[in-house]
Design a binder for this molecule. Structure first.
Ligand code: HEC
Ligand code: HEC
Length: 211
């Protein structure tokens, strides 16, 4: 860890410690205070940061946020040696010490308004639309996700994040744990995506879907 990074961590930990006496006992107010440990990467508004490759998480459904935070905590996500970004997120997930706190921080993030992100990549929208037919079975024709399939909404995701995650699934860097059925399913699906150009086409199309 660089000096600058350990400084940031020390600062954020001391911020949290400073708030500890005022940490509300429960509820979304407690989630808001816990989120102070997340905003350095995901932003105060939850829109993420291209610089540190942190995704937009504002407005994601509570069930999905809870599942991902738990996955990071138990090593079902972010524990693969080649997962540069996941390895950064994993220790952060472990700053949340209880299942109840996973719930309240997720509730707080779910309540933040989502927004569309800027397009950063070039892809062929028409090709992406054709390829998206497969995806719509789980993520919905409108990209708004489907809890019954454990498939998250994609409409708020940054295009670079979509491409990166598809690459991770395809390479087994995410979805490597067979007990994590949701991620293992998505890993299987990603096997049908030819290459990174096809991933960019999908991301370009998903970007056209309204929130
Ligand atoms: C040091 C920077 C950093 C901090 C601090 C951080 N995260 Fe993350 N987070 C990331 C990165 C990078 C990713 C992307 C991981 C990947 O590529 O799989 C991520 C991914 C996530 C995801 C998965 C989103 C998705 O669409 O699947 C959630 C949820 C999340 N973070 C929540 C949090 C919460 C809640 C906190 C505070 C407890 C937090 N993060 C703190 C960097 C950070
Ligand atoms: C059989 C159902 C299914 C199909 C079909 C499917 N997905 Fe998924 N997808 C999922 C599930 C479940 C997850 C959540 C994985 C997890 O919990 O880690 C997911 C996760 C993702 C993510 C990560 C989102 C995030 O916030 O980190 C992306 C991106 C994605 N899918 C894109 C696609 C694309 C593009 C297609 C079509 C080529 C597709 N999916 C087809 C079920 C599906």
């Amino acid at each position: 860890m660089t000096a600058a990074r350990s400084m940031t961590l020390a600062l954020s930990l001391s911020t949290l410690a400073g708030c500890a006496t005022e940490l509300p006992a429960a509820g979304v107010a407690r989630g808001e205070v816990l989120y102070q440990n997340c905003s350095q990467c995901h932003g105060d508004d939850g829109y993420g940061s291209t610089l540190v490759h942190a995704p937009a998480i504002a407005g994601l459904p509570k069930w999905y946020l809870e599942a991902q935070l738990t996955n990071f905590q138990i090593g079902w996500r972010g524990a693969h040696a080649d997962d540069v970004e996941g390895l950064k997120m994993r220790p952060m997930s472990r700053t949340i010490k209880s299942a109840a706190d996973v719930m309240v921080v997720s509730e707080y993030v779910a309540g933040m308004p989502a927004k569309k992100s800027e397009s950063t990549l070039h892809g062929d929208v028409a090709k992406g639309q054709a390829a998206y037919a497969v995806c719509s079975a789980c993520h919905g024709v409108d990209g708004k996700g489907n809890e019954a399939m454990k498939a998250p909404p994609l409409t708020q995701a940054q295009d670079w994040y979509i491409v990166k995650q598809l690459g991770k699934f395809k390479g087994g860097v995410r979805g490597y744990e067979p007990k994590n059925a949701a991620a293992a399913t998505m890993k299987d699906i990603s096997g049908g995506i030819a290459d990174e150009a096809a991933m960019r086409d999908l991301a370009a199309y998903i970007q056209t879907l309204p929130l």
